[in-house]
Design a protein around this ligand. Sequence first.
Ligand code: KG4
Ligand code: ZN
Length: 387
Amino acid sequence: MKILGIETSCDETAVCLIDAHGDYDADFRFEILGNALYSQVAVHAPYGGVFPNLAKREHARNLVPLFEKVLRDAHELNEEYTDISVYRNHLQSLLSREPDLLDALIRFLATYKKPSIDVIAVTHGPGLEPALWVGINFAKALSITWNIPLVTVNHMEGHVVLSAVEDNAIRTLAYPALALLISGGHTELVLSREWMHYERIGETRDDAVGEAFDKVARLLGLPYPGGPQVSKLADEARERSLERHFKLTRPMLTSDDYDFSFAGLKTAVRRIVEMKQNLSDDERLALAREFEDTVADVLVAKTLAAIEEYGAQSVIVGGGVAANRYIRERLAQAATKIEYSVELRIPPPIHATDNALMIATAGYFHALKNHFADPNTVRAQGTLRLA
Ligand code: KG4
Ligand code: ZN
C-alpha cells in the first residue's frame, strides 16, 4: 500500500511517500519512496517563535514543490495534460484562503498524471490551526480530484508510532508501554496497554517543555528555536564544571500525580535575568544548565514514578525535545535503575523532530483498520488529544 503523508502542524512543511506492507505483529515493513521537508525555522527566527499566519503562508507556498520532489524521487511524476475544469470550482472553494496554493495546485494537476498512491494521510491536530488547515485542504484537494481515500492522523500518535520503528520495520514493544511526549506544544505522559490504544495519565498544566526551552532561550538572548541553543550552553557549563550560581525549584516534583508545570520555571529564570541585569557569560551558561537540570529532574522523576505504578515494560520518548542530549542520557541512566528491565525507545534526532514519515506510517495503520475520513468533513483540531 502506498501512503502519502502530509504534515503542516507547526513550522515544518513535510511530505513523504512510503510503500508499506504487513501489520504491527505481522511483518510490517516499508520503503521510503520519497521524503521532503522544508523547515521554516529561519523565517520565524526574527519573531522569536512560530508566527501562525507566517507558518500558514509558508506551508501554502511549499507544499506543491515538496510534493513534486517526492513524486519525482518516487518515479511517480509523469507529465500528461489533464482537463481539471470539472474540479476547478470545488478546488477554488476549498483553497479560497490559500490562493498561492490554489494556483500552484491547479497548474500541477493539469500537468501531471495521477500518481500511484493508495491512501493520503494528513495531520489534523494538535497544532496551530491556520497551519493545520493548509495541509488538510491540500490533502482534501488531492483526495477529491484523484479519488484517493483519506485518513487523518494525530500528530502525537505519529511520534509514538515512529518510536516503535527501526530499520523500516516494527521492533515490537513490550507492554504496558509508557510514552513521554515532549515537544514545543505538548508535554504528556501516555500509557499504552496495546498497540495504538492510549490513556493519558499526565500533562502540562501550562507551558510545554519545548516552549519553556524556547522562552528561556529568548531570555538568555539566544535565537529561535531555543531548545538546542540552551542545551548547548548547558553542555558547555557541564564540560567546564562551572560553579552552580543558581538554584531553581523543581516544579511539581512532589505533586501526587503525573502532571507538569513549566510556566513558573520560565518566570523564575526571568526574575534572575532581570535581577542580575547583566549576566556574565559564565552565569548564562550556569543558568542554562540549572534550567536543563531542573527540566530533566522533573521529567525523569515523573517518568520513573509512572513506570513503577503501571509496571511499564517499555518507555517511548517522542517529540522535538526528545532530541535533547542531556534528557536522553538522564532517561537512559534512570531506566537502568529500575529493578526489572525497562526498554527505552528514543528515536534518533532526525525522527524525533517533526516529519511526514511519522504521519505516513501512523496513517498506514489507520488505513489497515479502515479508519477512513470523509474529505468533506475533516477539520483542523488545534487541541486534539491522543487519549
Ligand atoms: O516536535 P517538535 O519538532 O515540534 C512540535 O512542537 O510539535 O518540537 C519542537 C520543540 C521546540 O520547542 C524546540 O526548541 C525543541 O523541540 N527542541 C529541543 C531540542 N531540539 C528541539 N529542546 C531541547 N533540546 C533540544 N536539543
Ligand atoms: Zn512534534
